[in-house]
Design a protein around this ligand. Structure first.
Ligand SMILES: Nc1ncnc2c1ncn2[C@@H]1O[C@H](COP(=O)(O)OP(=O)(O)OP(=O)(O)O)[C@@H](O)[C@H]1O
Ligand SMILES: [Mg+2]
Length: 245
């Protein structure tokens, strides 16, 4: 599984005469087959970083190497292939097509990749069962709960079996228990399917499953620790908050 190495990434958004510097020379390196959590205050550049790794946006400068390829050098056609085959993206608001059933949503990326229909059906069944949604395949998104929609969102992101999964606050709209189930699915994807998972999240429980937790402040990584360290640190702060003063 290829590592992801980000070097000196800069992103400047220009709107009219004003400029926003979203990333200010961000460096990080993420090992393959791990879960990497990204945390940080609103506006620090988390979504910008994911979008660049996912080929949804281009940086102003810097490089994003996945194995021996640099995503930043990709042509538009190569970026399309990157989005279709190398990365799967899970969004906070599920991003399902409202007029399609759960099954049809999962099939959509495979149709775009022109997959054979028999193979597509088998893969969709496999994904529905992976996320525990076999009984809900014929429902449209508005007939599904938030957690169910997110499970279909996850299955859709996995349709073409990408090695890398990018998730932008995937549990942000879910209650605590449902969010936990989604996190457990990410763990399974790493442990049983060898995926590399990059999760932007505010959920403190991420320490229980992440191999590494990175903090971004103002467009740069300011701190990185193991998931265990992050978890222990949270336990300590919870204890000191609840201990009598
Ligand atoms: N398309 C855009 N045009 C102009 N500025 C943008 C654009 N997208 C993001 N920005 C700005 O870039 C900065 C980083 O935005 P980004 O969406 O990456 O933050 P974030 O860390 O994901 O925040 P949040 O936690 O609120 O989702 C912010 O100041 C934001 O206003
Ligand atoms: Mg964001």
């Amino acid at each position: 599984m290829a590592d992801i190495v980000v070097k000196d990434l800069i992103k400047v958004y220009k709107t009219g005469k004003s400029e926003v510097i979203a990333l200010r020379g961000l460096d990080c390196s993420m090992k393959g087959n791990t879960i990497q959590a990204i945390m940080g205050p609103s506006g620090c550049g988390k979504t910008t970083l994911l979008n660049i790794i996912g080929g949804l946006d281009r940086p102003t400068a810097g490089s994003v190497r996945i194995g021996d390829e640099n995503v930043v050098d990709f042509t538009d056609d190569e970026l399309v292939r990157h989005r279709r085959e190398t990365v799967g993206i899970v969004f906070q608001f599920f991003n399902l097509v409202p007029t399609l059933t759960a099954r049809e949503n999962i099939e959509l990326p495979m149709r775009l990749a022109k997959r054979d229909s028999k193979e597509m059906k088998a893969r969709t069944d496999e994904l529905l069962s992976l996320v525990g949604m076999q009984d809900r395949a014929k429902h449209k998104p508005d007939a599904l709960s938030g957690g169910e929609q997110q499970r279909i969102g996850l299955a859709t992101a996995l349709a073409n079996d990408p090695p890398i999964l990018l998730a932008d606050e995937p549990t942000g709209e879910l209650d605590s228990e449902t969010g936990h189930q989604i996190l457990m699915l990410f763990r399974k994807l790493r442990d049983e399917f060898g995926k590399t998972v990059i999760i932007v999240t505010h959920d403190q429980r991420i320490g229980q499953i992440a191999d590494s937790v990175m903090m971004i402040v103002d467009g740069r990584i300011t701190e990185e620790m193991s998931g265990k360290e992050f978890h222990d640190r949270n336990l300590d702060s919870t204890r000191s908050r609840s201990s009598p003063s």
